[in-house]
Design a protein around this ligand. Structure first.
Ligand SMILES: CCCCCCCCCCCCCC(=O)SCCNC(=O)CCNC(=O)[C@H](O)C(C)(C)COP(=O)(O)OP(=O)(O)OC[C@H]1O[C@@H](n2cnc3c(N)ncnc32)[C@H](O)[C@@H]1OP(=O)(O)O
Length: 172
């Protein structure tokens, strides 16, 4: 797939954290009202991100009618949010909490409502606090990606980062 993103050549390789979710297990460390992964938001993506081998994760997402953008196909923003969630969860494999700093999506084919998107993502490496991650999605044929994404997530101290906004959180 075509993309313009070039990760730095000197990325520091990373190791899986000893307490990371085992391959095949759901990475479930976020919160129940998250748009991407929460069970308690009626119109959320409800993504279950599964740990893979090494520094990889995967997830499946049925493309529901409410996700429509162009007639009969997924909205690009919904697809972007799904990539964000899948890639943003992966640094838990290295024991890091992160927020998105930079997210690039390449849209290769229209993705029909009613299809199921399969996402694979892998951590490429770190440069200081920046974690570089790549992801690709298909709807049945792994040899024919329909979209891909590249991102930079920045590691944070969760309590410090969300301190100002924590009291305004929505609890359903
Ligand atoms: C509850 C959450 C935790 C648990 C996680 C569970 C799973 C979650 C799944 C969630 C999934 C959904 C996830 C979401 O939706 S997260 C929600 C969307 N994202 C945000 O709200 C983040 C908003 N931005 C910020 O808070 C700050 O800007 C951050 C924290 C990112 C950096 O501000 P900070 O003052 O702390 O640090 P710094 O400015 O020294 O930058 C540090 C380094 O980063 C580089 N840099 C910065 N910006 C960019 C950029 N745009 N392109 C390229 N590089 C960029 C910068 O040059 C520097 O690099 P270097 O100088 O070292 O080379």
């Amino acid at each position: 797939m075509k993309h313009a993103f070039v990760p730095p050549a000197d990325l520091e390789p990373l190791q899986r954290h000893p307490k990371a979710a085992a391959p095949g297990h759901h990475i479930d460390l976020h919160h129940s009202t998250c748009f991407g992964c929460g069970d308690d938001v009626p119109l959320g993506l409800h993504l279950k991100v599964i740990a893979g081998d090494g520094l990889t994760v995967s997830a499946d997402m049925p493309v529901a009618s409410w996700m429509q953008g162009g007639p009969g196909v997924i909205h690009g923003g919904v697809l972007s949010a799904a990539f964000d969630e899948v890639m943003g969860t992966s640094p838990l494999l290295i024991g890091s909490a992160v927020v998105t700093a930079h997210l690039e999506i390449d849209f290769a084919e229209p993705i029909p409502l009613g299809s199921t998107l399969h996402f694979d993502a892998r951590i490429l490496g770190r440069q200081r606090r920046k974690v570089y991650i790549a992801s690709v999605a298909h709807i049945g044929d792994p040899e024919r990606p329909v979209a891909s994404a590249h991102s930079i997530f920045v590691t944070i101290d969760v309590k410090e980062h969300f301190a100002e906004h924590y009291d305004k959180r929505v609890i359903l």
